[in-house]
Design a binder for this molecule. Structure first.
Ligand SMILES: N[C@@H](Cc1ccc(O)cc1)C(=O)O
Length: 382
């Protein structure tokens, strides 16, 4: 592949790249650029994870070396989104899910230029920990807070660990020995911090590659705590169909349309990876020829003109998404280990006892017992 072709594949669908020259430089020096993507092992990965998975497939296809970081320590640094006692199971759940996800977009795990690394495997070494202390002493509390503002959950009584979160993420670039970090646009403040902070310890700056955020299927932010705003990778077809049917997709309006966003950032690029960039909308029910799209521009145009109606769009998106999820769900159902880890990593909420109406003085102490039952379920994560 020509260099220009490789760079085009790396940059496809990215919204911003900082220091792009650092991607090309390794090739000039006769080696492959090494790019990493990190994910904190918190809530169950959902459909939006298809976006980084597709980018990773493209980086590999362009001849880059890729590291996927399962950031387990980050999982609890951020407000205990993954409670400490569940962290190990969450990493295993992510390992199964991310591997299946990558296979679903055509990445073979046998590739020797793809490595999956668990954060705690090196983030507890003496050298790394010493660098955490050193870096913490050269940046201000304010800078650490600003760097994590869009990623770390903000609250009035935020734990100190939220300030360490960006420090560790920045050091990961050095310790994973990469040329670039890839992530969503929400990582931007942290990426800028990495550029500024690494040289303070005498380490080199890295390139940063950012993809746009995929809106939730309700048009707003995709949130793990609102099950209707996102589609779980293991949601069976009927659930996917139901969620998409309920999704916001105003006729003729392409802005904030989460269903159209799925076509643009997931379905078309995934189809391209499998060899044919095509999004097909069946119109059998109306006895018409299918609409076949090879790019998002025409999809938008037809949507604005109501040739592609919300109803047609939704059923085509459901069908294509379900097809993409088949291999992931097959892998899950074929793996008792994965199923077992799912239960341990995300224990079903403890059943709440039925609240009994207080009946005056005949039942003393009841109010207090009911108070104690409150909040006994496991942590909600996002
Ligand atoms: N900040 C990333 C996770 C991450 C953690 C550590 C890293 O080194 C890189 C990425 C997220 O929001 O999911």
């Amino acid at each position: 592949m020509e260099l220009q072709e490789r760079l085009a594949l790396i940059n496809e669908n990215l919204v911003e790249v900082l220091n792009p020259e650092l991607i090309q430089q390794p090739w000039d020096e006769g080696r492959n650029p090494k790019i990493y993507w990190g994910t904190a092992t918190t809530g169950k990965p959902h459909c939006a994870y298809l976006v980084p998975a597709i980018k990773i497939a493209q980086f590999l296809a362009a001849g880059c070396d890729v590291v996927v970081l399962l950031a387990d320590i980050h999982g609890f640094l951020d407000n205990l989104k993954a409670p400490v006692e569940l962290v190990e199971q969450r990493v295993e759940y992510y390992r199964f899910t991310i591997s299946a996800l990558l296979r679903a977009v055509g990445v073979s795990e046998q590739l020797n230029n793809l490595t999956i690394v668990q954060g705690s495997s090196y983030q507890k070494t003496a050298a790394y920990v010493m660098d955490v202390y050193k870096l913490s002493s050269c940046i201000s509390e304010h800078e650490a807070k600003r760097a994590g503002a869009e990623i770390v959950k903000q609250s009035d009584s935020a734990p100190l660990s939220g300030l360490l979160y960006p420090v560790l993420q920045v050091l990961d670039e050095q310790y994973l020995d990469v040329d670039a970090q890839f992530g969503g646009l929400d990582q931007r403040k942290l990426f800028i911090a990495a550029k500024e902070w690494l040289p303070k310890l005498g380490y080199r700056q890295r390139a940063h590659l950012m993809n746009g955020m995929v809106p939730g299927i309700n048009g707003g932010k995709m949130s793990s705590s609102d099950p209707d705003s996102k589609i779980d990778l293991l949601d069976p077809p009927e659930v996917v169909n139901k969620k998409i049917k309920k999704a916001t997709a105003a006729p003729k309006i392409i802005e904030e349309n989460g269903v159209l966003a799925l076509v643009e950032s997931v379905l078309l690029p995934a189809a391209a990876l499998s060899g044919r960039r095509e999004f097909r909308v069946s119109r059998d029910r109306d006895g018409l020829e299918p609409l076949i799209y090879t790019g998002i521009e025409k999809v938008h145009e037809d949507y604005k003109n109501d040739i592609l109606t919300p109803q047609l769009l939704k059923s085509a998106v459901s069908a294509a998404l379900n097809l993409l999820l088949v291999p992931i769900q097959e892998a899950y159902h074929a793996s008792p280990e994965w199923q077992e880890v799912a239960l341990k990593a995300y224990p079903p909420p403890a059943k709440k006892e039925k609240k009994v109406k207080q009946k005056g003085t005949q039942h003393p102490g009841l109010a207090m017992r009911n108070e104690n039952i409150k909040g006994s379920g496991p942590e909600e994560t996002s």
